[in-house]
Each structure stands twice: as structure tokens, then as C-alpha cells.
Write a protein that binds this ligand. Structure first.
Ligand SMILES: O=C(O)CCC(=O)C(=O)O
Ligand SMILES: [Fe+2]
Length: 339
């Protein structure tokens, strides 16, 4: 399968409800040019009603008093340990080299429900079945996408990526995150610093009328706003935004793009978003998969990005050292939180 670089800079909306080689090719094409794609919401895999309810729950939670949220501070035992719980305002820097202060946002991280859901504060605790259903649905969509990518790459085992995300087989860094960006009159332009995501795939949920997300185009090298619903006249439900994270970039030698993105103020109104960061099992080795499609693809831009990623992670130039998914995540969390 020859890989052609599309000249169209718009992020495509792809309907994956009837998977086929053609659908797989479209997903691969978008993932290897923009690193971002929209998935048409089929109304079933992640029911729009659940998305709405999750946003309502998130608003309710973030409006609680500071000390109520602080009792479940990120990394604390009460919140279930490392990378779980509440991140206070400016408690995290996604772009520590480019920003003096932390991002002006709050977040709450929820880990996978295996062996059981972490302890949650109210009102989240009262909606644990909704949260569980939502996490499971997000994971199913990620697994479907990973299978399509394995198919498009013509891997010997097309379910290779998907199997490495089978949560029944062990622990992973997968994290579901609710985000709140308070309204502000600050003159600062950035709400979430420029970064690439740490996992393999990210699903992003945003609300109409709350713009701000921008991606740094790997081809044109400029910032492009990402609309919440790119086709409002034909799509009643906003499609689900997906972006490729660092680990799929490692696995494909940079052919799949872990595209840098950020959130800008765009008016300074308050803003809510939710992200499902899908990670492989902790022991998964981040080595390039064998694929003739990859050999044929023009991966120069990706290789360049991969080189700088390896450098950021402290890997020696030219070294062949292969990290596991857990080693990679530990290094990224150390830079983000200083832990
Ligand atoms: O809030 C958003 O729209 C994006 C957030 C994001 O990119 C992240 O948390 O990794
Ligand atoms: Fe991100």
C-alpha cells in the first residue's frame, strides 16, 4: 500500500462503524499526516448522553470548595496513588521549558477500574457506575482504533497494538482526566502548554462554544485551531477527537505523528474538557514494529520528532535502548510534576 501525503490540512471525520481495509487506510492516513482525526459518533460506542452527563458531573465537582478537592490531591494515598486525583491550579506544566508558571487549569485523574475503581470524592463517588461505563466505552473505542491501525500497517498480527492494551492482562498507565480551565482576565495566552501526549492514543471531548485547542501542523509548521464540531450542518453530535500519542510514534518509527498541541485563551471564558489517555500495558516494549507499510512510508518528519523525543527522555543519541511503556511514563511524569 503506497502512502501518499495529503495536501488537505483539514482533519477528516471518519466513520469507523463498519470497519474495512478502506476505513483502516483512512485512519492511518490521518494519523500519519496530522496525528489528529475525528471519529463520527455512532451514538452507541460512547453514547452522547453519557458524554453530556460526564460534563455535568465535572462541572459539579470542580465547583466544590478547594479543601474538598485538595483532600484527594494528585499522587496522594487517599486518591489512589501516583498520577491519580486532583491537580490544583497551576499544579502542572505541560511545557516546562516554555512556561515560567504552571498551566492555569485544574484536573482530576481517574485510573482504570482494575482491580477496582480508586476512591473518589463526592459528587464523583455517587456516579461511579457512569464513570466506569464511560471509561470502558472509551477503552473500547481506543481498542477499535488500534485494530484498524494494525490492519492498515499490515502487521503479521493485526491485533498486536490492541492486545497490548488489554486491561484484563495487567496494569497500564491509562488515565481518564477531567479538565477545568477557569475564566480569567489574565493577559497570558496559554491555558495548556505545548506538548505531545504521553500514551498511545488520546480521545478528547470538548464543548461547543469553548474553543482554544490548537495543533502544531507537522507539515506546515504553524498552529491550527481544532474545531469542536467541524461539520455542524451535517453532524448533530460532535465527533470524537482522537490524537496519536508518543508511544504509537515510537512503535512506528515516527510514521504515526504524536503531534504537538496546546490550549490558548480564545476569549478567556471558562472551559471544560475531558481526555482519555490510552496507554499500553506497563511491560510493553516501545520498539518499532515490523511492517512493510512503514518501510515504504516517508517518515523523515516523524524520525526528526522521534529523535527529539528520545533526547528529551534522556536517551543517548544513536543509542538503541528500548524503553518499556512504564519506564517512558515514569520519565514523562517526572518532568511534568517533578516526582
Ligand atoms: O483541553 C483540551 O482541549 C486539551 C488538553 C490536552 O491536550 C491534554 O490534557 O493533554
Ligand atoms: Fe494533550
Amino acid at each position: 500500500m503506497a502512502h501518499s501525503v495529503t495536501q488537505d490540512s483539514t482533519i477528516p471525520v471518519i466513520d469507523i462503524s463498519n470497519p474495512s481495509d478502506e476505513v483502516a487506510r483512512k485512519v492511518f492516513e490521518a494519523a500519519s499526516t496530522h496525528g489528529f482525526l475525528f471519529i463520527k459518533n455512532d451514538g452507541v460506542t460512547i453514547p452522547p448522553k453519557d458524554i453530556d452527563e460526564m460534563f455535568k458531573l465535572s462541572e459539579e465537582f470542580f465547583s466544590a470548595p478547594e479543601d474538598h478537592k485538595a483532600a484527594y490531591a494528585i499522587h496522594s494515598d487517599k486518591a489512589g496513588g501516583i498520577n491519580r486525583g486532583w491537580v490544583k491550579m497551576a499544579g502542572e506544566s505541560l511545557d516546562p521549558e516554555g512556561q515560567k508558571q504552571g498551566d492555569p487549569k485544574e484536573a482530576f485523574n481517574i485510573g482504570p477500574p482494575q482491580p477496582h475503581l480508586q476512591p473518589l470524592p463526592t459528587p464523583l463517588s455517587a456516579s461511579s457506575s457512569l464513570i466506569l461505563r464511560f471509561q470502558t466505552a472509551c477503552h473500547t473505542l481506543c481498542t477499535n482504533l488500534l485494530s484498524l491501525l494494525g490492519t492498515a500497517l499490515q502487521l503479521q498480527d493485526p491485533s498486536y497494538f490492541a492486545t497490548h492494551h488489554d486491561q484484563s492482562l495487567g496494569r497500564s498507565g491509562t488515565i481518564f482526566r477531567m479538565l477545568y480551565y477557569p475564566s480569567t482576565s489574565s493577559s497570558s495566552q496559554i491555558r495548556a502548554g505545548a506538548h505531545s501526549d504521553y500514551g498511545s492514543l488520546t480521545l478528547l471531548f470538548r464543548l461547543p462554544g469553548q474553543p482554544g485547542l490548537e495543533l502544531f501542523s507537522p507539515t506546515t509548521k504553524d498552529w491550527i485551531p481544532v474545531p469542536v464540531n467541524p461539520q455542524p450542518s451535517t453532524l448533530t453530535e460532535a465527533p470524537i477527537l482522537v490524537n496519536i500519542g508518543d508511544l504509537l510514534s515510537f512503535w512506528t518509527g515516527g510514521v504515526l505523528k504524536s503531534t504537538v498541541h496546546r490550549v490558548t485563551f480564545s476569549g478567556g471564558e471558562e472551559r471544560y474538557s475531558m481526555a482519555y489517555f490510552c496507554h499500553p500495558l506497563d511491560g510493553a516494549k516501545l520498539e518499532k514494529v515490523r511492517s512493510t507499510v512503514l518501510e515504504e512510508a516517508d517518515g523523515e518528519l516523524g524520525r526528526e520528532e522521534l529523535r527529539s523525543q528520545r533526547k528529551r527522555l534522556g536517551l543517548e543519541e544513536g543509542s538503541e535502548e528500548v524503553l518499556t511503556a512504564k519506564e517512558h511514563l515514569d520519565r514523562r511524569l517526572k518532568v511534568t510534576y517533578g516526582i
